[in-house]
Design a protein around this ligand. Structure first.
Ligand code: PRP
Ligand code: MG
Length: 208
């Protein structure tokens, strides 16, 4: 058997993914969230785990630095990476949505300004509707933008809806559901098919 390299997104779903892997007897003994280490091996060293920023996981997988990646659909879509998406882990469920102020009234013919961490997703969404928009790219606290007149609307992740609510914003439109997905490098899918398939079926059975 060849060994496989797995890129795992740091952040909210990492702990649940590790717990899921443990159910399949894949254990990363020295892994814990507070560790500053970035590379871990499982019990029989058949899997090398790279602990990377979520936004970089699709890049690691597309470039073949990792055979498999586990990361949110948000980052997969925004990266436009050329990879296979083969499994929905159904963790970290949330959605992409367009949101705005509770009293927001669109003006006819006005070009909208959209604040977002996800310019590609926002652009594609409004393109589909035939609406030209201007994007203001932010890196966080996007909900502030409509409140201070930096943008008309936002495109962002909504999980519980608390951030919107606490800032007087409403969902105006759902874009698409998000959850943690498993992606595979296209070449690895061919050259390490046995290992990749085995890893996926182990995860699948842990999910049942
Ligand atoms: C995320 C997202 C929303 C919020 C959604 O922000 O960008 O703001 O969580 O969750 P909720 O619907 O449960 O409130 P995050 O906390 O990651 O902070 P950031 O946007 O400032 O990076
Ligand atoms: Mg936020």
């Amino acid at each position: 058997m060849q060994s496989i390299t797995l890129a795992l997104a740091k952040g909210r779903p990492a702990k649940s993914t590790i717990a899921l892997l443990e159910k399949t007897d894949v254990r990363f003994g020295d892994f814990h969230e507070d560790s500053r280490k970035l590379v871990f091996f499982n019990n029989d060293r058949s899997i090398k785990l790279l602990f990377v920023k979520a936004v970089d996981v699709p890049t690691y997988v597309e470039k073949g630095a990792a055979d498999i990646g586990i990361v949110g659909k948000d980052n997969i879509l925004e990266s436009q990476a050329d990879v296979y998406e083969l499994l929905d882990l159904k963790l970290g469920k949330c959605k992409f949505a367009v949101a705005g102020k509770e009293d927001y009234i669109p003006e006819k013919g006005q070009q909208l300004t959209i604040a977002t961490k996800y310019p590609i997703i926002a652009q594609k969404h409004f393109e589909k509707k035939g609406e030209a928009i201007e994007i203001v790219k932010l890196n966080g606290s996007v909900e502030l933008a409509p409140l201070i007149g930096l943008a008309d609307l936002i495109v962002d992740i909504v999980e519980t809806g608390n951030t919107l609510k606490e800032n007087g914003l409403n969902v105006l439109e759902d874009i698409e559901p998000i959850s943690t997905r498993l992606i595979v490098n296209k070449a690895s899918f061919a050259t390490k098919s046995v290992e990749v398939q085995q890893f996926i079926s182990q995860l699948k059975s842990a999910l049942e």
